[in-house]
Design a protein around this ligand. Structure first.
Ligand SMILES: Nc1ncnc2c1ncn2[C@@H]1O[C@H](COP(=O)(O)OP(=O)(O)O)[C@@H](O)[C@H]1O
Ligand SMILES: [Mg+2]
Length: 261
């Protein structure tokens, strides 16, 4: 059974994209077959795995609007067992288009588009990782309806828990009305800076709040992790021996373990 995991947090800059790229690449290195789906109109995940946005013929936009199957938008990355469905800038206008469609076409449910597109392929992958944009709109609804679980990246900073109540409410609403089996897979602490005491306090606060949901692995703040995407490479390819590689490999191992895979 393929496991579908979304990276969600309506806050921007908490490490969703960085984690989606590097967790996916690490899972693939550990022998899992992985599909990464980029739902963010900005497409940073897409370029971060070495795909030139100018050369994309079909993106997740075409899939969600119903113009093609997800297999037709899937691209193999340079890396073994690692595939991606790229994003494109027209994702930004998708909401209005989907709303129109659901008004004019009977039986068209805009929040189930992603889920439906995955039905045929989900068991051909071990993991499907979905990178979400920083919002709580219909794109997130599509992701929450399609997913088995969510990983919430939380940046180790003073206002780390700000907005979390709202995010948890969105997840609970999705569980109630759309996807009763949706689970919180885990909470990931990102951009930890050992040079400040603040980081440690935040780690304690978040562990108190989310308890055993918090991964043991903490992603440190590292310049190498910001450099890698500009070379179109996951950290494990860009600098395999780095601390960033080690951290994301450890996270991937924890994810595999929690899923008994
Ligand atoms: N562990 C890290 N150490 C240093 N910089 C990071 C780390 N994780 C992410 N960044 C940088 O922080 C910024 C926001 O990260 P990103 O993954 O794009 O967050 P999000 O997708 O949640 O908006 C990016 O410039 C990214 O390169
Ligand atoms: Mg992002």
């Amino acid at each position: 059974m393929g496991k579908i995991i979304s990276l969600v947090n309506q806050k921007g800059g908490v490490g969703k994209t960085t984690t989606s790229i590097n967790l996916s690449a690490s899972l693939a290195v550990l022998g899992k077959k992985v599909l990464l789906i980029d739902l963010d109109p900005q497409g940073n995940t897409t370029t971060g795995v070495g795909i030139n946005k100018g050369e994309i013929e079909r993106s997740i936009y075409n899939v969600l609007i119903g113009e093609c199957k997800i297999t037709e938008a899937t691209i193999k990355t340079k890396y073994k067992d690692f595939y991606i469905v790229p994003s494109s800038i027209n994702m930004a206008g998708l909401g209005t288009e989907l709303l129109e469609k659901s008004r004019s076409e009977a039986g068209f449910n805009y929040s189930e588009q992603l889920k439906n597109s995955l039905v045929d392929i989900k068991d051909t992958f071990d993991f499907i990782i979905i990178d979400c944009p920083p919002s709580l709109d219909f794109i997130i609804t599509n992701a929450l309806v399609a997913s088995n679980s969510v990983i919430i990246p939380v940046q180790c900073e003073f206002f780390a828990l700000e907005g979390i109540t709202q995010l948890l409410r969105t997840i609970m609403l999705a569980q109630k009305s759309l996807n009763p089996t949706l689970d919180i897979e885990g909470v990931l602490l990102t951009m930890y800076d050992a040079r400040t005491n603040l980081g440690l306090e935040v780690v304690e606060d978040i562990r108190k709040f989310f308890k055993e949901k918090v991964y043991n692995t903490i992603i440190p703040r590292l310049v190498r992790l910001t450099e890698a995407p500009s070379h179109g490479e996951p950290i494990i390819a860009y600098d395999p021996k780095s601390r960033g590689s080690e951290a994301y490999l450890n996270l991937a191992k924890e994810v595999i373990e929690r899923n008994g895979k």
